[in-house]
Ligand binder design. Structure first.
Ligand SMILES: Nc1ncnc2c1ncn2[C@@H]1O[C@H](COP(=O)(O)OP(=O)(O)OP(=O)(O)O)[C@@H](O)[C@H]1O
Ligand SMILES: [Mg+2]
Length: 265
């Protein structure tokens, strides 16, 4: 992995909100099929980093390259079209839509309802909808959730919804997925399932994963490398073992220890 060209490169990235410096000169290089963890205290700038990479926030300085091509400054729909998908820190399945339909919306990066608005207007649209449903079914199969396909998105438990969100991120066969705290609020059994799923995504799909996570056991168990942020800056990077024994990281983040589930407390 070290010799291969980076899948995603972030160079000297800065994001300001008025006078607040949310990201300051952040540089990361992430390889293909790598699972990169991003950890750090609340307000460190982790979500801002994901927002900047996916075009939700506009960088004020620096560059972001996907396969060596600049994507910074592109609209989020254009970045999505290059093969990038994300999940959100707060769960966002749609109520009033089945789980299968929720996953189908992942095929339409920024036009979440368009396939339904247009439904049944023509044979072509019907065919597209059938193909979308087949892809969504395959994505549910990949995450092991087909038994919920016909249920309303809002009926599922919080933990189940988080897994469906990952299926929605995967359905368009992206090259890079960005997950914002996928394990937050999950029971230990669900956390173990999530770890298995992340390993499967890496092994079977070769997808590059960038994962913000406070549940340290997930970071320890699945991340190839970990970037630690605090106050908008990168303060450490390395294997999970390296960063969790780093004095700066312990002082800035880990000092207060973990609870029984490996959640930062
Ligand atoms: N749209 C915005 N406008 C103004 N300030 C913002 C905006 N988004 C984030 N911030 C600020 O930027 C800083 C970084 O926030 P961010 O959400 O990236 O942190 P985080 O590391 O994801 O934290 P957490 O672990 O709590 O999710 C915080 O001080 C936050 O208040
Ligand atoms: Mg956040």
């Amino acid at each position: 992995m070290t010799d291969a060209p980076a899948k995603l490169e972030i160079r000297g990235l800065g994001v300001r909100f008025g006078g607040l410096v949310a990201l300051d000169d952040v540089t990361l290089s992430i390889g293909r099929a790598e699972i990169r963890g991003v950890i750090g205290p609340n307000g460190a700038g982790k979500t801002t980093l994901l927002n900047a990479v996916t075009g939700v926030s506009r960088p004020t300085s620096g560059d972001i390259l996907l396969d060596g091509r600049t994507i910074s400054g592109l609209k989020s729909s254009e970045i999505a079209a290059r093969g990038m998908r994300r999940t959100f820190q707060t769960s966002q399945l749609f109520r009033g839509m089945t789980v299968l339909e929720n996953v189908m919306t992942g095929l339409h990066a920024n036009m979440r309802t368009s396939i339904f608005d247009a439904a049944f207007s023509s044979a072509r649209v019907r065919r597209e909808e059938r193909e979308a449903a087949e892809k969504a079914w395959a994505a549910l199969e990949f995450v092991g959730m087909t038994r919920f396909a016909d249920r309303d998105g809002g009926e599922l438990s919080f933990g189940q919804q988080r897994i469906i969100e990952i299926a929605r991120a995967l359905v368009s066969e992206p090259q890079v997925i960005l997950l914002d705290e996928p394990a937050v609020g999950l029971s230990l059994n669900r956390v173990i399932e999530l770890e298995d799923l992340l390993r499967k995504i890496r092994a079977e799909r070769g997808v590059t994963v960038i994962m913000i996570e406070h549940v340290i056991r997930v970071v320890m168990n699945v991340c190839d490398r970990v970037t630690v942020m605090a106050s908008g800056r990168k303060i450490a990077e390395g294997t999970a073992d390296e960063v969790t024994s780093d004095r700066n990281v312990i002082e800035a983040y880990l000092g207060s220890g973990f609870d029984a589930d490996g959640q930062k407390s």
